[in-house]
Design a protein around this ligand. Structure first.
Ligand code: 5GP
Length: 197
């Protein structure tokens, strides 16, 4: 995998419920050049999710086979399910597009080991845990037990903020989106300048 042309790779991580998936989708909608890296997962689809769009939903046997055949750049077990980034998907996208990864801190650590990848790593947090809990409840995508698990994982998750290049506090979605945009544009510009030399 190599960042061909001036295409960039953005990693967006956060504890569950901070707004990462919404922001990832907003970036893709506004910037045609961006494609989202669609992960493989053993988690069952939620009612609003589409196979091949939100995730590639696979069973455990298939996922284990992909691990065995070294088909992932990274994978992790999160909340009892496996999630992974397929090499083939990423290699295809980066030839023509910028790429955005919605992955956790474990995946970010693994991707960072590929020194040829120039990743821009952004970590999103919230300073309002009450709001976080109400967001997890409102989105109505998990059982109460799962919501509790995700809420409790917050403190462990944020311990990994140091692995990232930028830390953003998502107090307001629009403001946060603008901050991500300016990080992206700044990095694109740097790449283009390098390209001109
Ligand atoms: P969810 O079940 O809410 O869709 O995702 C749970 C967590 O898994 C989120 O933090 C998300 O960023 C992370 N995740 C999704 N895909 C991947 C992946 O391919 N690799 C890793 N390491 N984490 C992922």
């Amino acid at each position: 995998m190599s960042g061909e042309k001036e295409n960039i790779m953005v990693v967006l991580s956060s504890p569950s419920g901070v707004g990462k998936t919404t922001l990832t989708k907003k970036i893709q909608q506004k910037y045609q050049s961006f494609k989202i890296s669609v992960s493989h997962t053993t988690r069952p689809p939620r009612s609003n999710e589409v196979d091949g769009v939100d995730y590639n939903f696979v069973n455990l046997k298939k996922f284990e086979q992909m691990i065995e055949e070294n088909e992932f750049y990274e994978f992790a077990k999160i909340f009892d399910n496996y999630y992974g980034t397929s090499k083939q998907n990423v290699d295809n996208i980066i030839k023509e597009n910028d790429i955005i990864f919605d992955i956790d801190w474990q995946g970010t650590k693994q991707l960072s080991k590929f020194k040829n990848l120039k990743l821009i790593k952004i970590y999103l947090i919230t300073d309002d845990k009450i709001e976080l809990k109400s967001r997890l409840l409102k989105r109505n995508q998990n059982t109460n037990e799962e919501i509790e698990k995700r809420f409790k994982a917050f403190d462990d998750d944020i311990k990994h903020w140091k692995d990232y290049d930028y830390i953003l506090v998502n107090k307001n979605l629009e403001v946060c989106f603008k901050q991500i945009e300016s990080i992206i544009l700044d990095n694109k510009e740097k790449k283009n300048l390098l390209h001109l030399k």
